[in-house]
Structure formats: C-alpha cells, structure tokens
Design a protein around this ligand. Structure first.
Ligand code: HPA
Length: 267
C-alpha cells in the first residue's frame, strides 16, 4: 500500500463535509443504492491519494457520502479481495478509513453460495456467525465464531424487524470464509455443512475482524446468488452470481435502506 491513511482521510474529509455514523460496503448488485443517497458526494477510489483500485467485474470503485433517509452514511462500492492478490492491510483499509471518519455502525454485504437446498438463489441471509475455512492460520478444524463484537445482536434484531415490516424474507445463518479464487469442491461444501456453515464466500471475514477490533457494531448480510458446489447438479458460473445479485438488488437495497433508517439514534 502506498500513501498513508491520514492523507486518505483528510482527502475524503476535504471532498465531503459529512461525518457518517454508518458505513455500508456494497457487494455486487447493490451499486444502485448510491443513487438514493441525498446530497451524495462521489469520491472515485482513483482520486484518493494512494488508494488501491479494485479489479473484479461487477465492482466499480468509489465512496459515496451523504444522507440516506436522514442518516449520515458512507458507502463503498467496490472492494478488495485476498484472492485478487491484495494483502490483508489493503483488504481492511476501507474499514480503517471508515473508523477515522467516525463510523460506528458497519453494514457488510456480499454474494455467497448456498450450502442448503432450501435456500435457493436470491435468498437474503443475515450472518449470525462465521467460520474461517481458509486454513491460513491453522490446520485445526475451524470453529464457529459468534461473538457479539463481530456479529452485533442489536443490529441483527433491527435487521429482522426491518425485514418483517417490509415483508422481505431474511434468513439467518453462518458464513464460511473460503479463500478462492476457484469455487469450492462438493467435498469442501459437504465439510462446511458438517461444520455448521450455511453460506460460503470469499470475502468479508477480514473486514469483520478489523472492524471488531476497532469496536464497531457490525451487521453482515449475504445474498445467496447460487447453490454451492454439489448442492444441485448445475455448475457454478460467475455470470450466475452476477445475474442473481442484480435480480435481488432491488429487494436487498430496500431492506438495507430500511435498516439504515432504523439505525437512527443507535450509536
Ligand atoms: N462460493 C464462494 N464464493 C461465492 C459463491 C460460492 O459458491 N457464490 C458467490 N460467491
């Protein structure tokens, strides 16, 4: 990483005079949410001194700062994955930037594969716990991590209530973090299911860890864009992931907007 965090923070503060309480990391299919931000200032990553540029299709790369239903927000469209070759410092950089901007509540979104046949493509799932299926830190059997500092029970409660009020089906489950870049094998998915995982994806856990250490309230919601390997016979394609995320985008955006509105006053 080039450039210091301090330089980046002062650049963003200079562009947008907002002190956001809530940050949202937009996964694929959610780019349209930026359009609902009132008085939104868009700051392309390329403008921020030393900020990296994402490379994955379906992610653009900008921060959007403004008001959403009266709540001060910052949104990040475009994220950095370890499988693209970025280091942990870069992957977690947006979280540190949010923290410096004064963010208290962090909403992380992502696309994930569904480990369970009853949760078809398009299912939205609030993440109550995660497990590290990367085997990077240890070769021991991964354990389920459900600490409140990583998965805020308060925010999960708000998410559940918002979903009910908007008649949006929101499941709850455990997110298994796999390294990628290939999709998993059916045998790996069987093991993830045995370990208690319901969704599998290649992002988010580094961000959860970083934000948890910084004391933010964290809510993660996955859009299950496809059946994980071996759950059904059809092969997984990146196109299916992008298409399903786009189809669920409107419903997902509506839920997120309602959650952000309900966050008013909780800091
Ligand atoms: N596996 C891992 N990551 C994913 C998947 C999947 O099936 N779908 C979307 N992201």
């Amino acid at each position: 990483m080039t450039g210091s965090l301090k330089t980046m923070v002062s650049y963003v503060k200079g562009r947008a005079n907002v002190s956001p309480a809530t940050a949202v990391v937009l996964g694929s299919g959610l780019g349209h949410m930026a359009e609902n931000v009132e008085g939104g200032v868009k700051v392309p990553y390329g403008d921020i001194p030393g900020y990296p540029q994402p490379t994955v299709e379906g992610h653009s790369g900008e921060l959007i700062l403004g008001n959403l239903r009266g709540e001060k927000v910052v949104m990040a469209s475009g994220r950095f994955h370890l499988y693209e070759g970025w280091d942990l410092e870069t992957v977690t950089l947006p979280i540190k930037l949010f923290h410096e901007l004064g963010v208290k509540n962090l909403i992380l979104t992502n696309s994930a594969g569904s480990v369970q046949v009853q949760n078809g493509p398009g299912t939205l799932m609030a993440i109550t716990a995660h497990l590290d299926f990367t085997y990077q830190e240890s070769s021991d059997t991964p354990l389920i991590v459900n600490e409140d500092r990583y998965h805020s029970s308060g925010l999960l409660h708000i998410a559940g209530e918002s979903a009910e009020r908007n008649r949006i089906d929101l499941k709850e489950g455990v997110y298994a973090w796999a390294l990628g870049p290939s999709y998993e094998t059916p045998a790996e998915i069987d093991l993830i299911r045995e370990l208690g995982g319901h969704a599998v994806g290649m992002s988010t856990v580094p961000e959860i860890r970083a934000a948890g250490e910084l004391g933010m309230n964290i809510l993660t919601i996955s859009c299950l864009t496809n059946y994980a390997a071996g759950v059904v016979e059809a092969p997984i394609t990146h196109e299916e992931v992008i298409t399903s995320a786009a189809e669920a985008g409107e419903r997902f955006g509506k839920l997120l907007t309602s959650i952000i509105e309900d966050l008013g006053g909780t800091e």
